[in-house]
Design a protein. Sequence first.
Length: 372
Amino acid sequence: MQQMPVFDADSHFMEPPDLWAEHIEPAFAGREPVGSTDRGATVVDGDRRAPTVRWRSRAGGLATLNEEWATTYRRYDERGWDPEAYVLAMDDQGIDRMALYPSRGLMQVAAWGLDPHLAAAIVRAYNDWAATFVAHVPDRLSAVGQLALNDVDAAIVEARRCVDELGVRAFFVLPEPPLPGVTLERTYYDPLWATLAELGTPLSLHNVAGTGLGQIGADRFGDWALPRIAAAFPLEAQLTLFSFLVGGICDRHPGLRVVVLEAGAGWLPFWLWWLDELYERYEGLDCDSLSASPGELFRRQCFVSAEVEEPHLRHVVDALGVGCIVTASDFPHPEGSFPDGIRDFAARGDLSDAEKRAILWDNPHRLYGIED
């Protein structure tokens, strides 16, 4: 892989279950998230469980996942998923740099109606831990901090703290708005988007199936895991992009970089075409005028993470250009591409070497603002 350097745009910590108990501020002791020992559910504020999904059989659920983590990933599991385990994992997969998001922590502020003060304390604890973790290998690991959207003022304070004190240079949010009726394009959130643009830190939209935030599919399928997984990632991403593009967030904050993760990319050419069509029909009638079309705004400021094995990626590149595409291994999640996904991507015959280098290295560097 020395001929094709790789920046993995989206992989995951395997946080210890007592992370929050060790790092939460004393005022919130006893209300922090508690991770189950089987690496499944997280309980916050005493009795609020996430995820809000269930597998129909144990063969499709945690028993299988835990067996995979204990066998396929034994080399890293036996090290306790420490920083050196991630260096080994990157070397095993041919990855030079990795941006890390949480695993258990994807659910840490996903409960509906969570106390905003508690939510802010939870992400502070997580961000402290994540920044300390990657500091052991700063040239290869990057932590993406989380911002809780329950209180925009607290999120702004946390973004500045992370940049100034912890060296965190990117943030993610769940795409589902946590406040009833306050979608992300509302003026309530504009000060946060302005702050991220000022700080030069990208915003990642990273979902997880089973949030308690009115996620797509919950009303129709209840707690059945598979349809919630199928719907949560691409469909919630589409709605959130509506807010950022047609809703004017990107237009009002041209310095803001946004990436959609773990939702694939094949749907995006149609979605941007459709948003452009709707905007052309309803500009000035049911949406505000923009300085550019939604599709142009996406190409100007946004990125999407394609799955390494996506069969129609060539068409996405042809439709959007290569400059807005990154990819990821999703290590060590079960839907990821371990151990050979990145190598298989580098060997694809439908992309040129220049296109593969852009997706694997140049684009994620621009996205995350990292200069090697």
